[in-house]
Design a protein around this ligand. Sequence first.
Ligand code: G4P
Length: 547
Amino acid sequence: LTPADAAPAADPSAAPSALAASPLATEVERRRTFAIISHPDAGKTTLTEKLLLFGGAINLAGEVKAKKNRRDTRSDWMSIERERGISVVTSVMTFDYRDRVFNLLDTPGHEDFSEDTYRTLTAVDSAVMVIDAAKGIEARTRKLFEVCRLRDIPIVTFINKMDRESRDPFELLDEIEKTLALDTAPLTWPLGRGRDFVGTFDIERGGVRLLDSKDDGHDSGGPPIPMEVPEIAALNPNLDAGEIAHELELVTEVCPRFDLAAFREGHLTPVFFGSALKNFGVRDLLDGLHRFAPSPRAQDSDAGPIDPADPRMSAFVFKIQANMDPNHRDRIAFARLCSGKLTRGMKARLVRTGKPMTLATPHFFFAQDRSIADEAFAGDVVGIPNHGTLRIGDTLTEGRDITFVGVPSFAPEILRRVRLSDAMKAKKLKQALQELAEEGVVQVFRPSDGSPALVGVVGPLQLDVLKARLAAEYGLPVEFDLAEFQLARWIAADDKAKLEEFIAANRSGIAEDLDGDLVYLARNEFYLGYTRERAPGIVFTDVKETQ
Ligand code: G4P
């Protein structure tokens, strides 16, 4: 059963490379850096584990599981703390698959930490969207998808849990197209549903993969098995040959063909059906990533896009994580390489301060033994231990004076004032909040009228984390008080005089963030709208990107 007109999609690896074939360019061309986006419970952890299993990084798969087991008590600080420790290891999972190096960047599981998740998406070149076949597009998937769309990140879709009762696959594709305005090109098609799901039909090549094929990631998988419709229907008494034939005809006739250019531009998603739990469809997905996912893109900087094969090293920090030991203020900054080669011991320039920084002990993440690597290329992520020198959004270069743009900060949804039980420790609190803000745990806004600083978070769990860390790491017991303000928006204006005028008229609602950027604090949505209407020429934004 091979649809005559189903030509295999173009294989980008066969296309001439845009990069010259220097050793550096060859390394860059091999990299595939991606993240998984999904709604909680769709199967991200399970799929991550299985991708690592199929990619030969079994050790790490165990660690992902360990992390997952610790997730039961969501509000328990110790579990958050432990998870933070574990996720230092699992923040980046690097494994070889065939001739490629895959970097899978973990996006934190807690809904509350969505800010971290969004920032991680600035460091990837593609994403896998996991959808629960019974639920379709859910709120968080949609939100994360929008972030990907803003950056034109191509999306590969994996419709998971096909071994369970699911919605009609045509309906699911329709939902993706309608709610996300994204064309879909199924590359596999489910045969049977729920308990009667027997496997998938390979739309490009023809042939079938069966659910009981026992592919546990240890062999090469092999091509799909050629099978006629009556043979497929005979696999399960509840399958109907006529229905299967009709569906396959429909899917090959009606659904768009996979188009590499449309995918790379973010207009079309290839769709795979499977069951992560049963190791099914995972190899198809990996092969899909291998064939279609783009190599590292040129990254935008204030001096224009930086070519990944440019020999001069450059990188930006998208995530900071505190170390486990509360007695040391060690942090690991996660930096994505954008060009050149990063080696152990190299001297880099921290562009924000203009100061040199020796990268003495960068962590290189490799699945089996991360100590064996001692160089990284564009698309790779390195962990740089430091004592607070590095901040989110920082650019590191080999001497050049460029700054990468586009690492976002999001306006907080909750604002609070921090109350100290010991007023003598105000100075220490200021320092602690500064450090935690640099780490991205909290945002701090200092009102220009000199009143005490406000802290802003995206979700309530972040407040628990802040409180626990202030107590454990700084010896500062605190409480949070409601603030008179509920909303914060960054403000800017082309006309400086207009901005000055606005500041003068709204003095009690003006504050500065960590970087000294101006913020307008509003009592509520109504006030914000009211002020906005009366301030033409002032731009209010709820997302700030590093400039
Ligand atoms: P998440 O990281 O996206 O939150 O999802 P996770 O992988 O933790 O999966 C959520 C639940 O769905 C888990 O069950 C998991 O076993 C199940 N699951 C994942 N993929 C599949 C699949 O393909 N088919 C089926 N039938 N189930 C799947 P749980 O009972 O909540 O957790 P656990 O006790 O099994 O770990």
